[in-house]
Design a protein around this ligand. Structure first.
Ligand SMILES: Nc1nc2c(ncn2[C@@H]2O[C@H](COP(=O)(O)OP(=O)(O)OP(=O)(O)O)[C@@H](O)[C@H]2O)c(=O)[nH]1
Ligand SMILES: [Mg+2]
Length: 548
């Protein structure tokens, strides 16, 4: 980080550390969601920045790169005032990189990192102090190892000097595979047109113009072109001056790394996509929950609770003579194993206890229900991945289904643990029950009375005093009235019970929906939101890293 502390804060280095951190975060977020190649490249850049910044920023590594025979080694010798580099007629000549170092700054570790073993110190104390000049092998001969070494160092050095000659300056390999992809690095590159001594004045100008035009179309407007002849020494001093400027400002390394970060972030950003972060609407979550609730048996449970309510209500409020018959009906809740559940305890599906054995005996979901669940899940995932690239939408789809194997079981447990409040009663039932027994007592009294009158008449004993209510005899009123009133009360109560049963059914459906939403929230919505947050993180980090 030495460079960053001492930077003169020109734009390109401003926030380099932040941008690298952002790129590292983007790499982490994009892992597995974006094509492997740009992710790997961005990771390599993050590592390279860390490694290069760990070395001193006072040293500037300049490499001479280019096709075989363009004159790299000749220029290397010209710049260093030596004949260290072998210049040959037989192609290719240079097979391993060679370094010349200027100044007293230790360069051993840096050259070790660059894996350059052939090193020579040259005259110190000049404008080039702090320069490490590399003569690279060519990138275009039949020797694969040359290209591998050249490519590796092209990625690592601070300043690239591309040496071209009048015959091959427009070479497609050089332009398509190196210069164009390095457009972001235009400010840290130079192009040298060597062997100008071989050209007549007008050819030289035409050649320079054509080369300029080529570079401009490739986005390299900021890359200077220098006509040089290693043979005559023309242009070598100017080249030395251009290099000296870059050595003096000590910012070449940071500049290069900033360009690396920008282009890696750009590539990663276009691979990751620029779609807005999709929102998960309440509507699609609700639709999915409704499908899940149905598949989990919420309607069946609701009906069972209502039926159980009716049975208990009728038993409590029915005419006592016949009400016991209701007992013969099987309890619908018991049939579904919902009767022995904790009462008065709210089910908390988000804290599903794996040791809890609460299970219902609800029928397994039907094909239609399963299809509805699948459709709802698909729609949810589609909404959550709208406008996202393939990798991200795949990740969101699999996040929606990541807990699928646990889902059916978790839903059943949630239903089983939902407080159905099956013991709930109405106070009026008790009142009616008392009333029913009083009416039955009246019936019994009437019956006894009539019985007594019948026995007395049979034995020709004097009759009981005749009491009439209205114009009807009291015992008859008690008997018939009691029966009729009991039946009427039972019938009227049924209306109240029915209203209560429907209300219970609704309440249970709501309670079950809440439980189901708890489960889907944990097993579906949360993983999908997690993935969306990850995308948002990647997007934010890439925006920071690209610095656009
Ligand atoms: N006329 C002329 N010849 C040159 C010039 N520069 C280099 N040469 C010749 O071109 C040939 C190749 O030069 P090198 O410096 O070995 O080229 P190189 O780019 O290092 O080649 P490799 O190491 O194979 O990649 C040699 O014969 C040089 O003498 C120049 O400016 N003018
Ligand atoms: Mg050479």
């Amino acid at each position: 980080m030495v460079i960053l502390k001492r930077r003169a804060s020109p734009d390109f280095t401003t926030g380099l550390a932040d941008r690298v951190r952002a790129l590292a975060e983007a790499v982490e977020a994009c892992e597995g969601r974006v094509a492997a190649e740009p992710v790997a490249e961005a990771r390599r850049v993050v590592k390279q920045v860390d490694q290069r910044l760990a070395f001193t920023g006072s040293i500037t590594v300049v490499a001479l790169a280019g096709a075989t025979g363009s004159g790299k080694s000749s220029i290397f010798n010209g710049l260093s005032g030596t004949d260290l580099a072998r210049v040959g007629v037989r192609r290719p000549t240079t097979s391993a990189p060679l370094a010349a170092t200027w100044g007293d700054e230790p360069t051993e570790d840096l050259l070790d990192w660059l894996q350059v073993t052939r090193r020579h110190a040259v005259n110190a104390g000049g404008l080039l102090d702090g320069l490490v000049l590399l003569d690279l092998p060519d990138h275009d001969s039949t020797e694969i190892s040359h290209r591998l070494q050249a490519d590796r160092l092209v990625q690592l050095v601070d300043v690239l000097v591309w040496v071209v000659d009048p015959q091959k300056y427009a070479d497609a390999v050089l332009h398509d595979e190196y210069l164009r992809p390095l457009a972001e690095h235009a400010p840290v590159m130079l192009v040298v047109l060597n062997q100008v001594d071989r050209l007549a004045e007008e050819d030289r100008n035409a050649c320079l113009l054509d080369l300029r035009r080529l570079l401009d179309t490739e986005g390299l407007q900021q890359t200077p072109i220098l006509p040089v002849s290693a043979e005559t020494g023309e242009g070598i001093a100017e080249l030395r001056d251009l290099i000296a400027v870059r050595v003096a400002d000590k910012l070449a390394a940071a500049r290069r790394l900033a360009a690396d970060v920008t282009s890696a972030a750009d590539r990663l950003a276009s691979a990751s996509g620029s779609g807005e972060v999709p929102k998960l609407s309440k509507r699609s979550v609700d639709t999915m929950n409704a499908a899940m609730a149905e598949a989990a048996g919420a309607p069946v449970v609701g009906e069972a609770v209502a039926d159980a309510w009716r049975i208990r209500g009728r038993r409590a409020t029915g005419w006592p003579v016949t009400a016991w018959l209701v007992k013969l009906k099987p309890d619908p809740l018991r049939r579904l194993h919902l009767d022995r559940l904790p009462v008065g305890r709210k089910g908390k599906p988000e804290q599903i206890d794996p040791t809890d054995v609460g299970r219902t005996s609800l029928p397994t979901r039907s094909g239609v229900q399963q299809a509805r669940v699948d459709t709802a899940l698909r729609n949810l995932a589609a909404e959550a991945s709208a406008n996202l690239t393939r990798g991200w939408s795949d990740a969101i789809r699999s996040a929606a289904r990541s807990q699928e194997s646990r889902l059916a079981d978790a839903l059943d447990r949630a239903v089983a643990r939902t407080d159905l409040d099956v013991q709930r009663r109405r106070r009026w039932w008790q009142v009616i029950r008392v009333l029913q027994w009083l009416l039955l007592a009246a019936v019994a009294a009437g019956l006894l009375w009539l019985g007594a009158a019948f026995v007395l008449a049979y034995l020709q004993l004097p009759p009981l005093p005749t009491i009439t209510w209205g114009r009807l005899p009291a015992p008859t009123v008690l008997l018939v009235g009691g029966v009729l009133a009991g039946l009427l009360v039972a019938l009227a109560s049924r209306v109240g019970i029915e209203v209560g049963a429907r209300r219970r059914e609704r309440a249970v459906r709501i309670e079950l929906s809440r439980s189901v939403a708890g489960v889907t929230g944990q097993l579906i919505v949360q993983p999908v939101r997690g993935e969306l947050e990850r995308y948002e993180r990647a997007r934010g980090a890439l925006a920071l890293a690209t610095d656009r």
